[in-house]
Design a protein around this ligand. Structure first.
Ligand code: TYD
Length: 206
C-alpha cells in the first residue's frame, strides 16, 4: 500500500499536524505510527537521548528502533493493505545523525545509508515541514521543552540536510512552509494524503 512520512526539525509543528491528520483521515483507517518509540526499543532510545550517549551508539539505537518498528508495525500494516503514516522515519536519521556524526565519521550520510541498506522500506511520499530555525526554537522554548538536539546550529544543519535529501528525491518529497497557519497546513496535508491513498488504491485495482 502506501507509506507516508512526516519530517521536519523540532518545533516545525510536525506533531500538531500529525495529531490533526489522525482526526481528519480516520475514515481511511490508516496506521498512525512514529519513530522513535513504537516499540520498547524506543524507550532505550529516549534514555540514550537523555543521557547524551556517544553519537555512534545513539545512531545505532535509532536504527535498531527503526528495525523493530518495521517488523512489528510497518510490514504487517503494509501487508494487509493499510496506508501507513509515520511521524518521523528514516530521513530523521539521515538528517539528524548526519549532523551529530559530522567530524566523527568521514561521510556520515553514506554510513547511515549503508546501515539501512537492504532491509529498510523507503517511504512512498514524505511531507517535509520547513521554517526558520529561530522560529522553531522559539516555539520549543515557549512550550518549555528542549532536548540536546535543539540547539540552533545543530538544527540549522539538520534542516540543510533535510533540504538536501528533498533535492535529491523531489518526486517523493513535498516541502511545506511550516510558518503557514495550522489549519492551512492541515488541510493541504489531508488533501495530498487522500490523493496518494486514492492513487495507490486504483493502482492495486488495475
Ligand atoms: P521526538 O521526541 O519524537 O521529537 P519530535 O516530537 O520533535 O518528533 O524525537 C526525539 C528527538 O529524536 C528529536 O529531536 C529528533 C530526534 N531523532 C533523531 O535524531 N534521529 C532519528 O532517527 C529520529 C527518529 C529522531
Amino acid at each position: 500500500m502506501v507509506l507516508i512520512t512526516l519530517e521536519g526539525i523540532d518545533g516545525s509543528g510536525k506533531s500538531t499536524l500529525f495529531a490533526s491528520l489522525k482526526h481528519t483521515l480516520s475514515d481511511l483507517r490508516p496506521v498512525f505510527t512514529r519513530e522513535p518509540g513504537s516499540t520498547w526499543i524506543g524507550e532505550q532510545v529516549r534514555r540514550a537521548i537523555a543521557e547524551e550517549v556517544d553519537p555512534v551508539t545513539e545512531a545505532l539505537l535509532f536504527a535498531a528502533d527503526h528495525a523493530a518498528h518495521l517488523e512489528t508495525v510497518i510490514r504487517p500494516a503494509l501487508a494487509r493493505g493499510a496506508p501507513v503514516i509515520s511521524d518521523r522515519y528514516t530521513d530523521s536519521r539521515y538528517a539528524y545523525q548526519w549532523a551529530t556524526l559530522e567530524g566523527i565519521l568521514p561521510d556520515p550520510l553514506a554510513w547511515l545509508r549503508a546501515v539501512h541498506d537492504g532491509w529498510t522500506i523507503p517511504p512512498d511520499h514524505t511531507l517535509l515541514l520547513v521554517l526558520p530555525v529561530e522560529v522553531a526554537l522559539s516555539r520549543k522554548i515557549k512550550a518549555g521543552k528542549k532536548e540536546h538536539f535543539e540547539e540552533a546550529p545543530l538544527l540549522a544543519r539538520v534542516q540543510e540536510h533535510y533540504l538536501h535529501l528533498a533535492g535529491e528525491d523531489p518526486s517523493r518529497f513535498v516541502v511545506m512552509d511550516a510558518e503557514k497557519g495550522e489549519e492551512e497546513l492541515a488541510s493541504f496535508a489531508e488533501h495530498v494524503i487522500r490523493e496518494w491513498c486514492e492513487s495507490s488504491r486504483s493502482r492495486r485495482r488495475r
